[in-house]
Design a binder for this molecule. Structure first.
Ligand code: SAM
Length: 223
């Protein structure tokens, strides 16, 4: 399919997102500005505009777009904000954030995914994104504090390093719970204190693997 062929699918996805409760025009426009298919590997590209998690290889998925829209609605990144993303994955959310904030610092443990995301981000000339291959459960201390932190993989608890790197007034979303099922939490630093509320219950995310996440049980399938 050529570039124009995707436009109708993109518009339908935006309608799906709106129908699921995100009506902020600025957020919906981001989904129009970033061609999601450029972040999805050839084999599953035809599914790029489904409102569903899409396999991207290495046992990982690109997150559901309406969930990413919810993140943007709740976190409300500002043009002056520094954002930390844990789990670059496809890089699609990284691109949405790059258009919303001052700078995005995104950490991914799978080198090949990070390299692929870099190509897609460069293709859109998004040059306010720094990518790192490593364990994002310890954050990225060099650039802290962050006004916004998004963790796209499920953790047994809120990693203390990430809470410590949240700026005053900062907002973080993170799925926390058991390995199979989690609650999506909104964590805020207000007056120096960390406050937590549940945004959505019984979600299932891929595990955050690392020092403050889960142990790796099985080797990742090398797709
Ligand atoms: N926002 C991404 C997207 O839409 O493509 C989400 C990708 S996926 C749901 C979560 C990602 O977190 C995976 O690519 C996985 O490799 C990564 N991940 C898991 N544990 C990690 C860790 N400790 N540090 C960095 N990335 C991690």
């Amino acid at each position: 399919m050529n570039e124009f062929g995707y436009v109708a699918y993109r518009r339908r996805l935006i309608e799906d997102i709106r129908a699921k409760g995100v009506e902020d025009l600025a957020i919906l426009q981001l989904f129009d500005r970033v061609p999601r298919h450029l972040f999805i590997p050839e084999g599953t590209r035809h599914r790029a505009y489904e409102d569903a998690p899409i396999p991207i290889g290495y046992g990982q998925t690109a997150s559901q777009p309406s969930l990413q829209a919810l993140y943007l609605q709740v976190l409300d990144p500002q043009p002056s904000d520094k954002v930390l993303e844990v789990g670059t994955g496809s890089g699609f959310l990284t691109a949405l954030l790059a258009l919303s904030a001052d700078r995005v610092y995104s950490v991914e443990r799978v080198r090949e995914l990070s390299m692929r995301a870099r190509v897609a981000l460069d293709g859109l000339a998004l040059n306010n994104v720094a990518l790192l291959v490593g364990d994002g459960s310890i954050g990225w201390r060099k650039y802290a504090p962050f006004q916004v932190i998004i963790v796209s993989a499920a953790s047994p608890s809120v990693p203390p390093a990430l809470a410590a790197q949240l700026a005053e007034g900062g907002r973080m979303v993170i799925p926390v719970g058991e390995r199979e099922v989690q609650d999506l939490l909104l964590v805020r630093r207000i007056g120096g204190e960390i406050e937590t509320e549940s945004l959505r219950q019984r979600c299932t995310f891929v595990p955050l693997l690392g020092l403050h996440g889960w142990d790796e049980l099985d080797p990742e399938p090398a797709i």
